[in-house]
Design a protein around this ligand. Structure first.
Ligand SMILES: [Ca+2]
Ligand SMILES: [Ca+2]
Length: 408
């Protein structure tokens, strides 16, 4: 507001109302008596100034995989400008590590999200799919696919492996910065067979199946960390020309073989096994020794040792079993004889019967009161046809059925 030459006042004002283009300019003049002699609202023409957008040069990942989608068309309506980065970094696998204390065949795959897995991205990432190379892969040093060992990663990594890929699973996208999931491997790395690597890549998927972003492949390996249980029911019998050891078969699905140790006293220190066997029996010299037995799985994990058991004057009886159990017959498949072993923690009325696949009773092998301990009986299938049979043990309230195969 200013005083003008005739003693009146001139007033200017600038107001913002709401809505596009609604800026108003006010001009008014009053004479010395206070009467309005000029007043007008003017809608000015506003010069919108386009903002200067500083787009930092993106760090271009030169190892970005081939993107099978066309680059999105970026529209930038003025004056509100949406800045879309030129790069679309794919997901990146950060680690593939063994899952501990399991029977192997699994790894944990972790990855950083795809750039588009954020609010406001031109495409919405709906899920991540994980792919695994079809074939079992063993890292050979001579192959060019091996990257040098990295600091903090004592193992070699594989880059850009060729081959076909199996789809494994999907993980929903939810704008997290990192993701993790457990995936099956093709095989385990073992002490005896060496390092077996499984190769994975992660694909960020959109609602459009033709638009996705693949990570670089990376590899990891799985280990079986669990050893079998120690064999049970070890017994030693001294015959005129030999000592025969027998024990119950283990139930682990990854059991590979047993190791037999021999010493001259009950507390002998086991060194290298005397022998290995896939059977649950071992025949040794007719002499007074002490024995221990262990079980190995396919990964080379060894159980604790059973025993010692010794032979001599009368031999040594094993401890009584703690539970009822029925072992897998041996051999299996068989022709025509096979041995069936079972354990009784106490005296019991025992019934052991063989059935065919139709559920018909073929033969009753045991039907009597038996003492606590480890028992074995042999079934001879010479009079029946090749095929699958079942054997069922009933003792007190215990009942278990197992399958066996007669194969001629
Ligand atoms: Ca493991
Ligand atoms: Ca195991």
């Amino acid at each position: 507001m200013v005083e003008v030459s005739d003693g009146g006042l001139a007033v200017t004002g600038y107001t913002w109302s709401y809505g596009a283009g609604s800026s108003d300019l006010l001009l008014a003049k009053f004479d010395a008596s206070g009467n309005t002699c000029l007043g007008e609202f003017v809608t000015p023409t506003v010069q919108s100034v386009s903002p200067t957008i500083n787009t930092p040069s993106p760090t271009v990942n030169t190892q970005s995989p081939t993107i099978t989608s066309p680059s999105p068309t970026v529209t930038s309506p003025a004056p509100t400008t949406t800045v879309v980065c030129e790069i679309q970094p794919p997901p990146r696998i950060s680690s593939i590590t063994d899952v501990g204390n399991d029977q192997g065949r699994e790894v944990r795959v972790k990855w950083h999200r795809c750039y588009w897995d954020t609010l406001g991205a031109p495409y919405t990432i709906t899920e991540y799919s994980i792919w695994r190379r079809v074939d079992q892969y063993k890292a050979f040093r001579s192959e060019a696919e091996i990257l040098p060992t990295e600091a903090g990663n004592p193992y070699e990594r594989i880059a850009y492996p060729p081959g076909e890929w199996d789809f494994i699973k999907t993980v929903p996208a939810r704008c997290e910065s990192t993701y993790s999931t457990i995936c099956p491997t093709v095989a385990d790395s073992t002490i005896t067979d060496g390092m077996y690597w499984s190769v994975f890549f992660v694909s960020a998927m959109t609602a459009d199946p033709s638009v996705y972003l693949d990570s670089e492949p990376d590899s990891g390996y799985s280990l079986d960390n669990l050893a079998p249980a120690a064999p049970k029911g070890l017994m030693a019998t001294l015959y005129a020309d030999s000592t025969v050891l027998i024990w119950l078969s283990n139930s682990e699905s990854d059991l590979a073989y047993y190791g037999i140790y021999r010493g001259s006293c009950p507390d002998f220190m086991p060194g290298t096994p005397l022998d290995y066997t896939i059977d649950t029996t071992h025949t040794d010299l007719a002499a007074v020794y002490c024995y221990k037995v262990s079980a190995f799985d396919f990964a080379g994990n060894e159980s604790s040792l059973t025993g010692p058991v010794s032979v001599g004057e009368g031999g040594t009886q094993p401890e009584l079993p703690k539970d009822f159990s029925l072992s897998q017959n041996y051999p299996n498949p068989f022709n025509p004889q096979t041995a069936i072993r079972y354990a009784l923690p106490g005296d019991a009325q025992v019934r052991l019967v063989v059935y065919n696949v139709a559920g018909q009773e073929i033969e009753t092998l045991v039907n009597e009161e038996q003492e606590a301990g480890y028992h074995e009986c042999v079934w001879d299938g010479k009079d029946v046809a090749t095929g699958i049979y079942f054997y069922r043990l009933r003792a007190r309230d215990f009942m278990q059925t197992r399958k066996m195969i007669l194969l001629r």
